[in-house]
Design a protein around this ligand. Sequence first.
Ligand code: AMP
Length: 285
Amino acid sequence: MNRRLTMALPSKGRLREPSWALLEASGVAPQEPGERVLQAHCRNADIDLLFVRADDVPEYVQDGVVDCGITGLDLVYERESDVEVLLRLGFGTCSLQAAVSMEDDATSIDDLAGRRIATSHPRIAAKVLAERGIKAELVRVAGSVEISPRLGLADAIIDLVSTGSTLRTNGLRSIGVLFESEAVLVGRKGSTDHVARQTLTMVLGSVINARANRYLLCNVKKDRLSEALAVLPTTGSPTVMDLATPGVVAVHALVPAADIWSLLPKLEACGASSILTLPVERMVP
Ligand code: AMP
């Protein structure tokens, strides 16, 4: 099916900036990126954008108001939305954690049995607790979950945590993770023949893949080439090219960004010189 694509993007909150940055890096940023704009068209692609709250995106996609959208995986599960996760986006990472006050003697999620727990994610919480055979009372709160124990509303909480600083500030301590979340591109179920949606998923995916990798170049003496190739954490085949200087080759490889830190000293130990690492814009396997 080759028709125009409609996409919902978070209009505010934590997922807004990284979602817009992803579209920008993918070359399909909104034509009018103003704060108050509710709808826009993409600059280089035939995509209509609708700016709504991240919470509303799963429902908009499920009901067919839009073809796809960016939201948090936790929101998809909490709303029990019947949508398809097309792509994990690698930002907005957080986890749903159980926490108690510093003085509490609970040490694991199992210790929540019989407790009163405040959460704004009652469905995920209930599901995970039931799976673990834990019976507890869940109190649904819309926000500021961390303050509930201090208010006497609950004696534990289940809430989203990314750095843990909000927990610490509120005198709370994590006792376990129930669910891992990140931003995701979701689409309507059964729309697998939508060509523009497939293209968008591929283009966004190429940028997400690229962000996690670096293009590495270095020069190595030919007699130490096998040593240098052995330390490269690359899945594909590196490119090896002769240089004007006899006996020296240039090695080019794609390596995970997270491995650069440990890789550089290993390459130096193999006698590699002129080591460069460059960001990659897109990567289509
Ligand atoms: P918003 O309420 O619009 O700021 O977006 C909340 C969404 O951001 C959540 O549903 C999560 O998917 C994601 N997120 C990432 N880190 C956190 C965090 N520390 N607390 C709450 N939400 C987070």
